[in-house]
Design a protein around this ligand. Structure first.
Ligand code: CMC
Length: 426
């Protein structure tokens, strides 16, 4: 094992350097504070590995994303969302029998407690679906007490199955509530994604016919959003879980974090931006704004903390967008605007120098909109898919012997100790 020698005030000490299977090595600085009385300072965790993990690997410079070693492009092309969920949770692709058993288990948990419908009725009809998701998913812990003992491996597993199974039902109910249509019960004869489509767009008055192209495209979108290493929402789930909170509460915390426009909310923001641009001639104006330091405007769906190359998920979705729109016979000028914006940005020095490429959110909204989802549902769909990653990461953390409550420290720049002054003397 190599080590790093860190010298402060003339006092040197060696710190172990750990190698992963691929990717950068990490300097283990756990003893730094005890040895030196110093913390490290890394707001935004740009140089900090917060945990050890075997689930997802990203090489941001090369634009590579692997789940349990499998490239995302292969999974998107050949796998299904449920199979990827199994892979993330269990570490290997399932045999046919394991696949069938897993599907059966998930299918058995798709219904939600009947009383949960009352929760929805407490929200305003115009509530954002993510507001509803935060509340309802957190509330699951009040309904499923038999799977909240985090020290019982069986209960942890049941909670994970429940979360994967119920998220489509919960997200579809959020949509139905917003449009004033009756909730639809799940139909377990359908695929995971087909069932979600029916619960979202079907009505009790007539059968819902699933378009296989739409089903396939949405399943791909779910696969592409299933996990993404230690991103903000996953780190939130891990941090919440590190205190011993139950998995339903942890996933609700992840949903809250995902909502922000710098993270999962960017898919909604990206489509709104493309619609605002409206036509290719207006692109230079928006590119100029994105480059202007005095303007807070950013190209949504562009740039990534880790990818300094094309986001491999954006590549798959860019191709899928054309296919879906062609098959549905939709001619959306937004897709032309997106393609032209990508071309202009990728040949502009500002974007080249800062290595800003389209990310997963750039094209996903165009497909979701073509399928019929309102923009407000986009991040809820992201949450639905990311739940598999969150629970895989949460489970890994719970099984990690080195797991401790997450407790960062700080660089304090506030006032030193001072005495209280009575109000009349201030
Ligand atoms: N448009 C214009 N300039 C940008 C953009 C953008 N989309 N993204 C980054 N920059 C510039 C930024 O102004 C900064 O310039 P300078 O060095 O001159 O100050 C430089 O690039 C680095 O940006 P940063 O904010 O320090 O980088 P970060 O790693 O903290 O942020 C990001 C990553 C994704 C938050 C950011 O690129 C962004 O805000 N993008 C738009 C929102 C978006 O699409 N988010 C979805 C991310 S992918 C889905 C997910 O993981 O949830």
């Amino acid at each position: 094992m190599t080590s790093a020698n860190i010298s402060i005030d003339g006092k040197a000490a060696d710190y172990p350097v750990h190698a992963g299977s691929v990717g950068p090595e990490v300097i283990d600085i756990r003893k730094l504070y005890a040895n030196t009385g110093r913390f490290t300072y890394d707001p935004g965790f740009t140089s900090t590995a917060s945990c050890e993990s075997k689930i997802t690997y990203i090489d941001g410079d090369q634009g590579v994303l692997l789940h349990r070693g499998y490239p995302i492009e292969q999974l998107a092309e050949k796998s299904s969302f449920l199979e990827v969920a199994y892979l993330l949770m269990h570490g290997d692709l399932p045999s046919q029998q394991q696949h069938d058993e897993f599907k059966y288990l998930i299918t058995r948990h798709t219904m939600v407690h009947e009383q949960l419908a009352n929760f929805y009725r407490g929200f305003r009809r115009d509530a954002h679906p993510m507001a509803i998701m935060c509340g309802v998913v957190g509330a699951l812990s009040a309904f499923y007490h038999d799977s909240t003992d985090i020290h019982d491996a069986k209960q942890r597993e049941i909670a994970c199955h429940r979360l994967i199974a119920k998220m489509p039902t919960i997200a579809a109910m959020a949509y139905k509530y917003s449009v004033g249509q009756p909730f639809l019960y799940p139909d377990n004869s359908l695929s995971y994604t087909g069932n979600f489509l029916r619960m979202t767009f079907g009505v009790p008055a007539e059968p819902y016919i699933i378009n296989p192209v739409v089903e396939d495209a949405l399943d791909k979108i779910f696969i592409l959003h299933a996990d993404h290493e230690q991103n903000a929402s996953t780190s939130t789930v891990r941090l919440a879980g590190s205190s011993g909170a139950n998995p339903f509460a942890c996933i609700a915390a992840g949903i809250a974090c995902l909502w922000g426009p710098a993270h999962g909310g960017a898919n909604e923001a990206a489509l709104e931006m493309l619609r605002e641009i409206g036509r290719p001639e207006r692109i230079p104006e928006f590119v100029a704004r994105a480059k202007n330091k005095d303007d807070p405007f950013r190209l949504m769906g562009f740039g990534h903390r880790v990818y300094k190359n094309y986001d491999p998920r954006a590549k798959v979705l860019g191709e899928a967008a054309t296919k879906v729109l062609d098959t549905l016979g939709i001619s959306d000028p937004v897709l032309d605007t997106a393609r032209e914006l990508e071309r202009v940005a990728l040949s502009d020095d500002y974007f080249i120098e800062k290595k800003l490429y389209p990310n997963v959110d750039f094209y996903s909204g165009i497909i979701l909109s073509a399928i019929g989802f309102p923009t407000s549902m986009f991040t809820a769909l992201f949450a639905l898919a990311r739940t598999t990653g969150w629970i895989a990461q949460w489970t890994e953390m719970m099984e990690d012997k080195e797991q401790k409550i997450g407790r960062p420290r700080q660089l304090y720049t506030g006032s030193p100790r001072r005495d209280y002054v009575p109000i009349e003397q201030r």
